[in-house]
Ligand binder design. Structure first.
Ligand SMILES: *Cc1c(COP(=O)(O)O)cnc(C)c1O
Length: 387
């Protein structure tokens, strides 16, 4: 039994040390070396896509996706407000575009009814493009975030994107491994369904390379462009010629080694997440008004990255719970503050916020590391029940 139980930490073992050690001994520690290509190929194979482009963070992946999709100055992007800020900034302010915020449904992902209503009542189609009647701007894209590893309602969201001519961008940074098992998308992974999808391998995600990310796309030319932009848009190996403004967003060879080792363990991590989740449900769900929020299942196999304890009907106060658990050596956290209230985003439009505001107020995320033992998981349950 460990003294302190963290929320979500890396799970590294002998295999990660072995592969990263080989990279260090070989001297290939930076952005050259064959492991990045190998990692990209392994990830693509896992996801069942032709190609993946690795980069140095999920935020960079999203910035690359925005540029590859041609989102630029003056465009608007429909985004969720209940998410991490890195889902929004790279698709909007990094490229000079503006967000329109929409609340969530009970999966915590962007509400298809809200998106549809915004497009139908506040916009108009002209020459196959959607325009916001209030601002006159071209609404170019729709971003879906698969929150906490839950699959968003892709059947409806792809339909809406098609109807209104929107580029569909998937932030699957929290949802590597989440996939449809049935229905029209059977076999498809979160991130591979829309026009372009992004993953993160940050330290708190289901697999980690310390920091890292990747882009996949159903448009091979977009993906090629993303790769180009991630390598300073260099067109020539010797003369240092660059045909546009690029970035140094590359993954290193050492990170790729960690990624290769972690990918081998991903399915095992997902199984362990399910065991932890099932334990929380068995011990806490329905007890004195407590709820453990469900994941979309039936036609989906979720990765169950983050678990949400929902306090509304228990009479418990979110921040008091977090503080009391902290005093017992258990780290938890509230769900993100809504993005439309952050920095200078309050001037942007925001719709259908009821559920997002409710979940923001009443969710506490419980420890969910893939190296959390069932014994420590039980310790968390007992600490919650004692409140
Ligand atoms: C983690 C995360 C990101 C950003 O990934 P980084 O690798 O930390 O840059 C973006 N969006 C969401 C929803 C995330 O959870």
């Amino acid at each position: 039994m460990s003294a302190f139980i963290p929320l979500s930490v890396p799970n590294f073992g002998a295999r990660e040390a072995e592969l990263a050690g080989e990279a260090i001994t070989s001297g290939w520690v930076s952005t050259s070396g064959g492991k990045v290509t190998e990692f990209e190929a392994s990830l693509a194979r896992y996801l069942g896509v032709e190609r993946a482009v690795a980069c140095n963070a999920g935020s960079s992946a999203l910035h690359l996706a925005a540029m590859a999709a041609g989102i630029g100055r003056g465009d608007e992007v429909i985004v969720p407000t209940l998410t991490f800020i890195a889902a929004v900034n790279p698709l909007t302010r990094y490229v000079g575009a503006e967000p329109v915020f929409i609340g969530c449904d009970d999966s915590l992902c962007i509400d298809p009814d809200g998106v549809d209503e915004f497009c139908r009542t506040r916009c108009e189609m002209r020459d196959g493009k959607l325009y916001n009647k209030a601002t006159g701007a071209h609404v170019k894209a729709l971003e879906v975030v698969h929150v906490f590893g839950n699959m968003a309602d892709m059947a409806r969201l792809t339909g809406i994107a098609r109807r209104y001519g929107l580029v569909l961008i998937e932030d699957a940074t929290e949802a590597l491994g989440t996939r449809y098992t049935d229905g029209p998308f059977a076999g498809k992974y979160a991130g591979t369904i829309g026009d372009i999808g992004c993953y993160s391998f940050n330290g708190n995600k289901i697999i980690t390379t310390g920091a890292g990310g990747a882009v996949v796309s159903n448009h091979p030319d977009w993906l090629e462009h993303a790769k180009h932009l991630s390598t300073q848009a260099k067109t020539d190996l010797l003369q240092f010629l660059h045909d546009e403004v690029g970035y140094n967003y590359r993954m290193t060879n050492v990170q790729a080694c960690l990624g290769l080792a972690q990918l081998e363990r991903l399915e095992g991590f997902i199984e362990h997440k399910k065991a932890l989740y099932d334990h929380y449900v068995a011990r806490l769900d329905g007890v004195q008004g407590l709820r453990i929020l469900p994941f979309r299942t039936g036609d989906v196999r979720p990765n169950r990255w983050f678990f949400s304890l929902y306090l509304k009907d228990s009479g418990l106060d979110r921040d008091a719970v977090i503080e009391k658990l902290q005093a017992r050596g258990i780290q938890t956290r509230p769900v993100w503050a809504l993005i439309h209230e952050q920095a200078d985003y309050p001037r942007n439009e925001a719709y259908r916020l009821d559920k997002a505001e409710d979940y923001r107020r009443h969710i506490v995320n419980l420890p969910c590391s893939t190296n959390l033992s069932l014994e420590d998981c039980e310790r968390v349950c007992q600490a919650v029940l004692s409140l």
